[in-house]
Design a protein around this ligand. Structure first.
Ligand SMILES: Cc1ncc(COP(=O)(O)O)c(C=O)c1O
Length: 408
């Protein structure tokens, strides 16, 4: 990694943002200038181990050589056509992504929120065209404490006041039930239900993992009730949990899988709705679309991402290193960690509130060269790139121990 050319210092750049950049984020005070693999470097040349990986958008690390090469090759040939025309990269992307997910068809979009919006539209259309729900009566059942994105419709069924307050009026047609509660779900589903939309693991809520049997139960219940199971795998999918999809831990195949984040290889925004043919074929020309969705650059990078996952190497790494992560965290319980939840290379770590908020712990870790991000209250999320080594992971855990024991 060569050093970035210095223009302004980190402090000057942070100060320069203040008057001109919307304050919708509260980033840690680190200004990243370069990155490679699991490491990033700030403007002053300080190195940090990235234990957040862009909320799983960087599952393959920063600038994975195969992904960068695919992007460069495509940049030299063709970048955008819009869907007014076909492009020569899209068929292969759709074929291979459908095969990877075990589903039949793919609708390419860009951001995660767009994939969720698209999933909602497709589920509603399916309810009217196939299930026979009366016009405008379709409902979608969702879980409390969900995080599916930031659009007006998506925040309509958020239970987080900060995400909702001031953004009404909201889109109707959603029923919220407690997560991990099959009885509540059963009660909420009726003849108007188009779909049950859940995260197989609730990421933003603090990496909340449902009980064994919950996902299989959702599959069974939705099949029996004649509604769709839509799994939002935007954060949990594409290797993070040690499987291609988190639903695979319960051998479940949903009707619709929403993908994003890592699908763009940390290079371009790429998202997708993957679904059974009977579901996605409800869309006809003009009913839904996106200028950028399925563009050749996105398709080339997305195909290279699928190719990495087809080898199974990253899923294996996440599963194996997940054991290192779990054992390391178990050793910290009672030493500043009050509890944790982990699957694969993904953990929500509850820190003793007496030692500081998740934000304060994240700032202390940052000063020691480890980048993480808090979720709620005293929970810190760990989600390193799947390319991290066991030694790097152990070093991060040792630093966490030091920070929590206030040795640094
Ligand atoms: C489960 C889930 N769904 C959807 C989204 C929204 O994705 P994006 O920020 O790309 O719109 C996120 C983002 O964190 C997510 O975690």
């Amino acid at each position: 990694m060569t050093s970035a050319p210095r223009t302004r210092s980190s402090a000057e750049l942070i100060a320069a943002e203040e008057p001109v950049l919307a304050h919708n984020y509260h980033p840690l005070p680190v200004v990243v200038a370069r990155a490679e693999g699991a490491w990033v470097e700030d403007v002053e040349g300080r190195k940090y181990l990235d234990m957040l990986a862009g909320y799983s958008a960087l599952n393959f690390g920063h600038r994975h050589p195969a992904l960068i090469e695919a992007a460069h090759r495509q940049l030299d040939r063709l970048t955008l056509t819009s869907r007014a025309f076909h492009n020569d990269r899209l068929a292969e992307f759709a074929e291979r992504l459908a095969a990877l997910t075990g589903l039949d068809m793919v609708l390419p979009m860009n951001t995660g929120a767009e994939a969720v919006e698209s999933g909602i539209k497709v589920a509603r259309k399916w309810a009217y065209d196939v299930k026979g729900v009366p016009a405008d009566r379709a409902t979608i059942v969702v879980a409390a404490d969900n995080f599916h994105g930031r659009t007006t419709t998506i925040v309509s069924f958020s239970t987080d006041d900060t995400a909702r307050a001031g953004f009404g009026p909201f889109t109707p047609g959603f029923r919220v039930v407690p997560y991990n509660d099959l009885a509540a779900l059963e009660e909420a589903v009726d003849e108007t239900t188009a779909a049950v939309l859940i995260e197989p693991i609730q990421g933003e809520a603090g990496v909340v993992i449902p009980d064994d049997g919950y996902l299989a139960g959702v599959r069974e219940l939705t099949r029996r009730a004649g509604c769709l199971f839509v799994a939002d795998e935007i954060q949990s999918g594409l290797g993070r949990t040690g499987r291609t999809l988190a639903v695979e831990h319960e051998s479940v195949v949903p009707d619709v899988v929403l993908l994003g984040k890592a699908l763009g290889g940390g290079i371009v925004p790429v998202s997708a709705v993957a679904a059974r043919r009977e579901v996605l074929q409800v869309l006809h020309p003009g009913e839904h679309g996106s200028t950028f969705g399925g563009n050749p650059l996105a398709a080339a990078v997305g195909t290279a991402v699928v190719e990495l996952l087809e080898t199974g190497e990253f899923q294996r790494r996440a599963a194996e290193l997940g054991v290192v992560l779990r054992e390391g965290l178990e050793a910290l319980v009672g030493k500043g960690v009050t509890g944790f939840r982990s699957r694969g290379l993904w953990a929500g770590v509850d820190v003793d509130p007496a030692l500081g908020t998740g934000r304060e712990v994240s700032e202390r870790l940052m000063r020691e060269g480890i980048l993480v991000k808090d979720t709620h209250g005293s929970t810190v999320r760990l989600a390193p790139p799947l390319t991290v080594t066991a030694d790097e992971l152990r070093e991060a855990l040792r630093t966490l121990e030091k920070v929590l024991s206030r040795q640094v």
